[in-house]
Design a protein around this ligand. Structure first.
Ligand code: NDP
Length: 280
């Protein structure tokens, strides 16, 4: 029988996950079906139960249900526990395993997709929401020289730095305000805020991009354009959106479910070609 997977979110119709996972399955000859589940706030557990009763083997979880999915899991990976949120559920009888593949997806795209070495780099992480939190353990595991977390609500950045301090041996980890990094330069500048969704820019002080720095916006597509243009104008050597992260986190989920790792390059290229077609 064909194994059933889906992404659950609200809204969910715009999700690229079905397209990505179907391309993975086709390339690997894996017999799966992948659909969309519109979740209902306040009814997440019931919605997931129905999906499992219909034969569902795993779910990707997106806004606003990542915390609900964390509670729903009976076991969790270390990175899900670190993130405090779950974006991937795997069902096996009564066992519900919760994972968070967002941060690993980011690191894989930065490292392998962009060819950037995080080890010994100076990293600026903007934002202190779920995406920034999920990125921290995988980023720290790469042993950068420094990670500065900055956020509009300063206390959240400080709390993240304090909360992850025990995982940061050998890495200078600090949390604070945007103004605190005035005069500092960074090799990797990650926009983990949702500012781009509102066509806004995070309030960065000038000159934070070191020569040749990589600027990375987790937001993808047209909405990342303002930040990319800003970063290049401020001296970044390269600036990219988060489409590669999206594909990499999906590949990590696929691996968890199926035990085989899909090649991401062709899928990312297909999505980029489709975006270019739409923009034309
Ligand atoms: P949250 O809502 O949890 O956090 C949002 C963060 O953005 C907060 O730190 C908030 O600051 C900050 N913020 C919002 N607006 C502004 C602004 N105008 N200026 C400065 N800071 C701002 O969101 P997530 O952490 O879950 O997601 C962040 C982004 O990452 C989203 O846009 C999402 O689309 C993207 N993402 C991409 C993924 C991918 O695969 N490419 C995967 C996961 C997320 P404050 O605390 O002060 O409110």
């Amino acid at each position: 029988m064909t194994d059933l997977y889906a992404v659950i979110g609200n809204p969910v119709a715009h999700s690229q996950s079905p397209h990505i996972h179907r391309m993975f399955a086709q390339a690997l000859g894996e017999d799966i079906e992948y659909g969309l589940v519109l979740g209902h706030p306040g009814r997440f557990f019931e919605d997931v139960r129905e999906f499992r009763q219909s034969g569902g083997r795993g779910l990707n979880v997106t806004v606003p249900f990542k915390l609900n999915a964390f509670s729903y899991a009976t076991r969790r990976s270390e990175r899900a526990t670190g993130a405090g949120a779950v974006n991937t559920l795997k069902f096996d009888g009564d066992d519900v395993f919760g994972d968070n593949t967002d941060g690993a997806g980011l690191v894989r795209d930065v490292r392998d997709g962009c060819g950037f070495t995080i080890e010994d780099a100076r990293v600026l992480l903007m934002g202190a929401g779920g995406a920034a939190r999920g990125a921290l353990l995988p980023l720290l595991a790469e042993r950068p020289a420094r990670i500065a977390i900055v956020n509009r609500t300063v206390a959240k950045a400080e709390a993240l730095a304090t909360g992850f301090a025990r995982h940061a041996a050998g890495v200078a980890l600090r949390g604070g305000a945007y103004d605190d990094v005035a005069g500092d330069a960074f090799d990797l500048v990650i926009n983990a805020t949702s500012a781009s969704l509102a066509d806004a820019l995070p309030p960065l002080p000038p000159n934070v991009f070191a020569r040749g720095a990589l600027a990375y916006d987790m937001v993808y597509g047209a909405r990342a354009r303002s930040f990319i243009a800003y970063a290049l104008a401020q001296g970044a050597g390269r600036a990219v959106d988060g489409l590669g992260m999206l594909v990499e986190q999906a590949a990590e989920s696929f691996f968890l479910w199926r035990g085989v790792r899909p090649a991401t390059g062709p899928v990312l290229a297909a999505l980029r070609a489709r975006d270019a077609e739409v923009a034309r």
